[in-house]
Design a binder for this molecule. Structure first.
Ligand SMILES: [Zn+2]
Length: 178
């Protein structure tokens, strides 16, 4: 049963990737899945939404901007508000930056096969949580646009025991039904 749900989730999300995968500044993609007590939240956003540039950081100010953005992305309670009754606990945050953490040492190798200053870059973040009372997960408040003003829209997709859904969130319309 669990495996079936996972397959359904995967199918739903690959459909999403085809429909909405385009890199569009100002827009981010969010996928929220509930499987038993596991809550998974995946964020994919153009780096421009976070720091206003997409090249490897070259100056101290740019390195600091990237490190600050990464710190904010790891600050789950600042970005997402879950119903307290669900009793969710953050287990892991995986952050995949195009140049490694804070863009530091690996600044040269990674993206630069593509070589061009105008190439685009995305940041991926995966939050894993465990919830003691997942039935209480009826919505999540998403404060990404509040935290990152350049991220004006968040295209959200959900896959939960209640079914699949989608919504476009903004700074003021930030509640995603689950
Ligand atoms: Zn871009």
């Amino acid at each position: 049963m669990k495996r079936m749900l996972a397959a359904v989730l995967a199918a739903g999300f690959s459909g999403l990737a085809q429909a909405h995968g385009a890199h569009e500044h100002g827009v981010a993609d969010l996928q929220v899945a509930i499987d038993g007590g596991q809550l998974s939240i995946e964020l994919k956003t153009p780096l421009d939404n976070l720091v206003g540039f997409e090249h490897a950081p070259r100056t101290d100010a740019q390195r600091k901007a990237l490190a600050d953005a990464e710190a904010r992305l790891r600050d789950f309670p600042r970005l997402f508000v879950l119903p307290a009754a669900a009793a969710c606990e953050l287990k892991d945050v995986e952050l995949e930056s195009p140049w490694g953490s804070a863009g530091a040492e690996r600044a040269h190798d990674h993206k630069h096969d593509h070589g061009r200053e105008d190439s685009h870059s995305d940041m991926h973040v995966h939050y894993s949580l465990e919830c003691a009372a997942p039935a209480a997960l009826n919505e999540v408040q998403v404060k990404l646009s509040e935290t990152f003003p350049r991220m004006s829209r968040v295209r959200a997709e959900t896959a939960t025991p209640r079914g699949q859904g989608s919504a476009t969130l903004t700074k003021t319309r930030n509640k995603l039904p689950l």
